[in-house]
Ligand binder design. Structure first.
Ligand code: YK8
Length: 176
């Protein structure tokens, strides 16, 4: 896998979880920046294992002219229960439905939020491109190349939007 985001923010771990994994105004704003539309998300639901699950469906805009302007996608998220108090771990599997070769691969993003103090957390995202069936070598390198660049772009922007959110939050705290 690859790590595209690994950074300490002046945001508590609980707040970071809320920003990224609830229907927060941050999520809504970030989706509109990324031109993610038609988003529907199920609430978190507890499984027998004790882990929590939810599913999101949305349409993503694609800038690659070879592919088409958009694709529907499904994201299955699992929040693991066996983590130390104050830490969060979420696995997100992203399946696209309308891009070429979409039945061959999906993306797995593992988000770890660890608290480093009461007001700080580290957010780390580990990404892997997974194969459901083995494509021809050239196709595989094509999929990898397009996936890594799209994912890198996404997490760069997520990082910069989080930094902006952090600045606003801490500004508000100083004014208060
Ligand atoms: C989530 C990984 C691959 C996919 C895309 C596929 C091209 C295939 C080209 C053929 C378009 C929000 C990506 C980037 C779409 C966006 C996905 C996002 C960013 C010719 C081989 C959507 C995180 C995420 C994970 C995977 C990304 C796709 O929260 O290149």
């Amino acid at each position: 896998g690859r790590v595209f985001l690994n950074k300490v923010f002046h945001i508590s771990a609980e707040k970071m979880f809320e920003l990224l994994f609830t229907d927060s105004s941050f999520t809504q704003r970030f989706m509109s920046i990324r031109k993610i539309t038609n988003a529907s998300l199920d609430p978190w639901q507890r499984e027998d294992s004790g882990n929590m699950k939810r599913t999101m469906n949305y349409t993503i805009a694609i800038s690659n002219p070879l592919i088409g302007k958009c694709s529907r996608a499904t994201e299955n998220q699992t929040r693991f229960k066996d983590v130390p108090e104050g830490h969060y771990m979420v696995d997100a599997e992203v399946f696209t439905h309308d891009v070429p070769y979409h039945d061959y691969f999906y993306t797995q993003n593992r988000y770890a939020i660890t608290c480093s103090s009461r007001r700080k957390c580290r957010l780390r995202v580990l990404t892997d491109v997974k194969y459901k069936k083995q494509p021809w070598g050239l196709v595989k390198s094509f999929i990898n190349k397009n996936s890594w660049s799209g994912i890198e772009d996404y997490f760069k922007q997520l990082e910069s939007e989080l930094l902006e959110e952090e600045a606003e939050m801490n500004q508000g705290a100083r004014d208060a």
